[in-house]
Design a protein around this ligand. Sequence first.
Ligand code: MN
Length: 262
Amino acid sequence: MHILVTNDDGVTAPGLLALAQAVRPFGKVSILAPDRNWSASGHVKTLDRPLRVRPVVLTDGSEALACDGAPSDCVALAHAGFFDEKIDLVVSGINPYANLGHDVTYSGTVTAAMEAAIWEMPAVAFSVDSPDNHLGLVDYAATAAIATQVVESVIQYGIAPHLLLNVNVPYLPLEQIKGMQITRQGLRVYHEQFDKREDPRGKPYYWSIGSVPGGIPERGTDVGALAEGYVSITPIQLDLTAYHWLPELNTWKFGPKVSEQG
Ligand code: MN
């Protein structure tokens, strides 16, 4: 079992080290992750420049590789040329903040797993719902223990092709976590706001100042599971087709071309 560990917070992030240590019991671990923070960068494909990789040593002495591309670039590179040995599983994280609902399209943690799904590598994204105002360093211990359990099951049962698991863990001591809940994506509530300012040359610029998103804690959703103290495990697919709306769209009558209208 060859496991690739990546993340979107950068190769030196403590969450990555916690995840790498959590999956070590299952096989050979390779760490290839961005050399800087790519949080909220979405699903990236770097085409306009080459990617460079350099070795780094993490704080526990383990060898890792830092790449100047995005998380999804790291996964594509790992899959298609960097390693001689085939990758059997991709794990991404541990992100210090939850990735729920529509977050999955913004999240570098999740889009790294999406890239793996494209290449038919089983993949799991791990995030912990630490509060924005927590004091001191984020504690990854409980999420790392959960990651070990989830990866054990992934190896046992397998993930269907082109799917990934998005795992979010409540920020609680392990003994206070109530269990695992299989969920669907819930609804995030974003507070988008831009502050309009003026640069020294008098030109306007816009700075995103939206506060931390909330969510609707509906039962059965990722948001709901975390609110109840459960680990949320959501199977994610890249087919974003709105199947329920296909019949409605098929009733549309598309008129003649504009140029042909009287
Ligand atoms: Mn991040």
